[in-house]
Design a protein around this ligand. Structure first.
Ligand code: PGA
Length: 241
């Protein structure tokens, strides 16, 4: 695993942006694996700024997102589909039909997971952006997730429900289940770019980088990825440096 430690969140985002832009410049039809959450917001803001100032085009880029809450339609402001449009896609020239995410309202969840897995086998990520949960999850692959997992409906850990409750009026409103890419889908990416910032992530980052490779800390599987880059700020890197 290659590790880049930056001074702060802004520098982490700038470094992440440099790596994503490199992929798009090299291949205008690249497949970007994208993530939601607070961590990649700075990266997305940089992509939008660069698109406006320098005209970098995403017209032929394809995207696949990691996960979506069960039960929330794309029109719901708390859905990840909405998050992506609001925080990234609306600011780029990307075609919405080239952006993919699980349908949280699918009437047949198993068929929806099968559809998404089939899509991922065609749209292999040239780069997969990831955040990390304070419990070491990546996407909604919580501790105990089998390494050979693929897209399926999962139950969120209590700590994840708490971490994500800041985006909901009440903790009871946080969906308890979600569709999530599995660890095998993530490991299939050509390159993985994991971003982490802040003291709250230091322990999970330590486990991911220096701990044993164990299903109890899902992100530790990335030690086995041939091209994984961790970009984190000094606070998140505190225990590894
Ligand atoms: P965050 O979430 O970016 O909002 O911290 C990361 C995650 O849970 O994967």
């Amino acid at each position: 695993m290659k590790i880049i430690v930056t001074k702060n969140y802004e520098e982490m985002s700038a470094e992440a942006f440099r790596l994503v832009k490199e992929v798009v410049k090299e291949n205008p039809e690249a497949v970007l694996g994208l993530a939601t959450g607070s961590t990649p917001l700075g990266l997305y803001a940089e992509m939008i700024r660069d698109h406006r100032e320098n005209g970098t085009s995403y017209r032929r880029v394809r995207t696949v997102n990691l996960d979506e809450y069960e039960g929330l339609p794309a029109s719901d402001e708390r859905s990840y589909a909405y998050f992506m449009r609001h925080n990234l896609f609306d600011g780029l020239d990307i075609e919405l039909k080239n952006t993919h995410i699980e349908d949280g309202t699918a009437a047949a969840p198993e068929a929806e997971c099968a559809r998404y897995n089939a899509l991922l086998s065609v749209l292999r990520q040239d780069i997969q952006v990831l955040g990390i949960g304070s419990n070491g999850h990546i996407a909604f692959n919580e501790p105990g997730t089998p390494f050979d997992s693929v897209t399926r409906v999962v139950t969120l850990a209590e700590s994840t429900v708490r971490d994500n409750s800041r985006l909901f009026d009440r903790i009871e409103d946080v969906p308890r289940r979600a569709f999530s890419m599995g660890l095998r889908n993530i490991m299939n990416a050509r390159r993985v770019l994991l971003l982490a910032n802040g003291e709250k992530k230091a322990k999970a980052v330590y486990g991911m980088v220096r701990g044993e490779v164990t299903e109890q800390l899902p992100a530790s599987i990335l030690q086995r990825h041939a091209d994984c880059i961790l970009v984190c700020d000094e606070a998140a890197a505190r225990l590894i440096s």
